[in-house]
Write a protein that binds this ligand. Structure first.
Ligand code: HEM
Length: 514
């Protein structure tokens, strides 16, 4: 057949055979006089159409399933070559292609955008020395600091195993018993819990990273912040609730339309920089992702500008199949000793191998600019030439490979001595939340915080509410007084959300349906 005419392509079967309008074949299928009346195995058109359809789904992300995505670029505006040799920061004016995906966390793929939740902020930088993924959130701290709790955290925010709906009792029960999340809860129930648009969210790295020069063994600890140039604008709870029903895709549409109109969202990348020596004596453990580094101690320094300027040509191909991972790093950027970060470095590629397939790095949305990785071969859906006849074993004499330089620098002696901080919660964990409460009052956001908090808590079982109040008393007694007032009758049995799952223990035995 002649090459396809793009203006009016000839419809073909999946193997390229030109074919007739699929619906006109129905007559043949249904009419015995025309040799039809039966759907035959020889009807390739019908079979492949039906067979492909149920295979059009890949597993949705177990968290961060709903998102908007776009292409863009990053431009260096300030020189930071004194702290890192990462090639993407090598000179002011240097531009790097970027893929972005901004998500909610708990909801499924079809869920509403304007819910109170963290927003994920994932970026893939296609640098000259491989991809660098920034996989952050729009709040500066996280709920847990022990990675083994991650599945539990998310289950408590997602659907109850019996009722299959989100459940305030299990949400608060998880947090009552894992109080290191108090700081993050304050951020979530403050104004930032619902952004006005995805164009107005902050993007925090949350963890401490290392920026360094592996060649000379120097490095600094850094925290990364993408600040929206249009301001960090939040949405009123009432509007959010209304839009969640009226316009569930409000944020996704908003970002798509803005980019389509040429009103490109931009962010400024800022960093906080800490010398390793300072880390050893700093008052907070810098590997604890429930803590911030106050700006007064470590001021924000600008680095560059991120612009999202192109919508995906096809959402599934560019955004759904995209796979971001904190382990995707470039020379000059390294992980710190935060065990959350280290666990994440395992979990994301693991998820991608399952969700997209083991050769997910070859897809156009994930593929690095230059890759030569001949010790990973074959596997389903190999499409990159598979390195032809190149040796597939290390140290081959037949084709020598050049090796890249060292990728990271260590700080091991000190790291080895950092105390295990993950399981125990002490009063120190409530200091930053206490400071934030003072700020809420200064910013006149205290009323809203109490209203958001009580609005969610009142749906929990009364005993769970009382436990939560005990936790808030560790932050500030004033929160408790105002919360108790706002909860009023809800602290009794009145008003309990009876869609709340049966409290465990009162439930029929497992397999109660038999
Ligand atoms: C998505 C695991 C903590 C930000 C995911 C996914 C997994 C995961 C399995 C789905 C990945 C996929 O299917 O492609 C974990 C684990 C954590 C953790 C095990 C802690 C131990 C965090 C933290 C942040 C974060 C602290 C923010 C700093 C994100 C983002 C996505 C995501 C932005 C969506 C990425 C995308 O757009 O594809 N996480 N996560 N996660 N996580 Fe985490």
């Amino acid at each position: 057949m002649a090459p396809q005419n793009n203006d009016k392509p000839v419809y073909t079967l999946a193997e390229g055979r030109p074919a007739g309008d699929p619906t006109s074949q129905t007559i043949l299928r249904g009419n015995p006089l025309k040799g039809g009346g039966l759907a035959l195995l020889s009807d390739t058109q019908l079979i492949e159409t039906l067979a492909h359809f149920p295979r059009e789904r890949i597993p949705e992300r177990v968290v961060h399933a709903k998102a908007a995505g776009a292409w863009g670029e990053f431009e260096v505006t300030h020189d930071i070559t004194n702290i890192t040799s990462a090639n993407l920061f090598s000179e002011v004016g240097k531009k790097t292609k970027v893929l972005a995906r901004i998500s909610t966390v708990a909801g499924a793929k079809g869920s509403s955008d304007t819910v109170r939740d963290i927003r994920g902020f994932a970026l893939k930088f296609f640098t000259d020395e491989g991809n660098w993924d920034f996989v952050g959130n729009d709040l500066p701290v996280f709920f847990i600091r022990d990675p083994v709790k991650f599945p539990s955290l998310n289950r408590s925010h997602q659907n109850h195993p019996q009722t299959h709906v989100p459940d305030s009792s299990m949400f608060w029960d998880f947090h009552n018993n894992n109080q290191e999340g108090t700081h993050c809860l304050m951020q979530l129930f403050g104004q930032r819990g619902v952004p006005e648009s995805l164009r107005n969210v902050n993007g925090y790295g949350v963890h401490t990273y290392k920026f360094g020069k592996p060649e000379d063994g120097t490095f600094k600890y850094v925290k990364l912040h993408f600040k929206p140039d249009g301001g960090n604008i939040t949405m009123k709870s009432d509007d959010a609730v209304r839009l969640a029903g009226e316009e569930p895709d409000y944020h996704v549409k908003d970002m798509y339309n803005a980019i389509e109109k040429g009103d490109y969202p931009t962010w400024t990348l800022m960093i906080q920089v800490m010398d390793p020596k300072e880390a050893e004596t700093y008052r907070w453990n810098i590997f604890d992702d429930t803590r911030i580094w106050p700006h007064k101690d470590f001021p924000l320094q600008p680095v560059g500008k991120l612009t999202l300027n192109k919508n995906p040509a096809n959402y599934f191909q560019d955004i759904e199949q995209a796979a971001f991972s904190p382990s995707t790093m470039v020379p000059g950027i390294g992980p710190s000793a935060d065990i959350m970060l280290q666990a994440r470095m395992f979990s994301y590629p693991d998820a991608a191998r399952y969700r997209v397939g083991p050769n997910y790095q070859q897809l156009p949305c994930n593929r690095a600019k230059y890759v030569y990785s001949p010790y990973q071969r074959d596997g389903p859906m190999r499409i990159d030439g598979n390195y032809g006849a190149d040796p597939d074993y290390v140290r081959s004499s037949f084709r020598k490979v050049n090796s890249g330089g060292p990728t990271d620098v260590a700080h091991d002696e000190w790291i080895g001595s950092v105390a295990n901080y993950t399981s125990e919660v002490t009063d120190e964990d409530f200091e930053q939340p206490r400071d934030l409460w003072k700020l809420f009052k200064e910013w006149k956001q205290d009323e809203i915080f109490i209203s958001n908090l009580s609005g969610h808590m009142k749906k929990a079982l009364p005993q769970v509410q009382r436990e939560a109040i005990k936790v808030w008393s560790k932050v500030d007694q004033e929160i408790v007084d105002r919360l108790e007032k706002a909860l009023g009758d809800y602290l009794g049995d009145k008003g309990v959300d009876h869609v709340s799952g049966t409290p465990y223990g009162l439930q029929p035995a497992y397999g109660g349906g038999y």
